[in-house]
Design a protein around this ligand. Sequence first.
Ligand SMILES: Nc1ncnc2c1ncn2[C@@H]1O[C@H](COP(=O)(O)OP(=O)(O)OP(=O)(O)O)[C@@H](O)[C@H]1O
Length: 310
Amino acid sequence: MKTVFIINPVAGNGNALKKWRRFAETIRFPYETVLTQRAGDATSIVRSYKEAGNKTLIIGFGGDGTLREIIAGAAGAEQLIVGAIAAGSGNDFGRGYHAFPTAESIADFLKHPTSKREDLGELQNGEIHRFASSSGIGLDAEISALVNRSLLKSWLNKINAGKLVYLLYVVLTLARFKKFQLTVEQQGQKTIFEDVWLATVSNQPYFGGGMKLSPASKTDDGLLELTVVHGISRLKLLLVFGTVFTGSHTRFKEVHQTSGTEFKLAVDGEIFRHTDGDYAGKTPIQEAVRYTVSEHHWYAVNTRKKEESK
Ligand SMILES: Nc1ncnc2c1ncn2[C@@H]1O[C@H](COP(=O)(O)OP(=O)(O)OP(=O)(O)O)[C@@H](O)[C@H]1O
């Protein structure tokens, strides 16, 4: 089986390339590498492997955005097995799916490669946006969009202080964020939420760099989970934020969660939107956006069989 590493050199606040060079020295099996040049590249690179039709292990060397792009390209191709090495900032993909810890663990996997069929999330309004882990609107999407656009980020990255910029934007955005009204339509029934901070549709539990936002999410059950945080003061929001790392935030009445195969979400303003933590445009005003599991699945590295036979 062919192994290809797709490396996003700018992932992990610009540290992924350095990390890759160290990692490459430990690889003892044949492999190919492709470096992405710009956003969106990983999807077209993977499509070319899909067209070639060979059984291939594609390993994303980057963060959640890189993996999302790889999976969007690999969707529907059973001959492509997608794996990851965590080299991003948040790396929630590895928490909810799987990430290889070492080159040796990849070599081990290659002895008996097996895959597992996984769901792919999709949101549609005109165009289709795909996500592996989660897609949301509101406070978190605004923070990540502002951080990524910030000139401060590249400057702070140079002095290895990239994380500071997040803290700065969390404080700034929290102070000025305008809560919104959200209408959720599920199985023909509409529910209106007022004073919404964020709404996230999840395919796996983790989000935002280790927060267990959606503890009930499973990656292969054909369902998505919607979390709405609403009607809560700034102070209490910080309290809820403190509990989300363990998943105990679900006990708060201001945190609404539900499961389903499809949600339609409409909001009363242009709100920032993300897919797997990357900017994905703004929501249209009062137009229902449909979130579903795509009819195309993707195939992940499966290490379970090996663990079960131990
Ligand atoms: N060569 C490149 N130059 C600029 N942007 C790129 C390049 N290659 C990929 N990208 C974009 O970089 C974005 C961020 O990458 P990624 O999400 O993997 O890293 P991260 O943000 O550090 O990690 P995480 O999402 O786990 O926090 C990706 O969504 C991708 O579109």
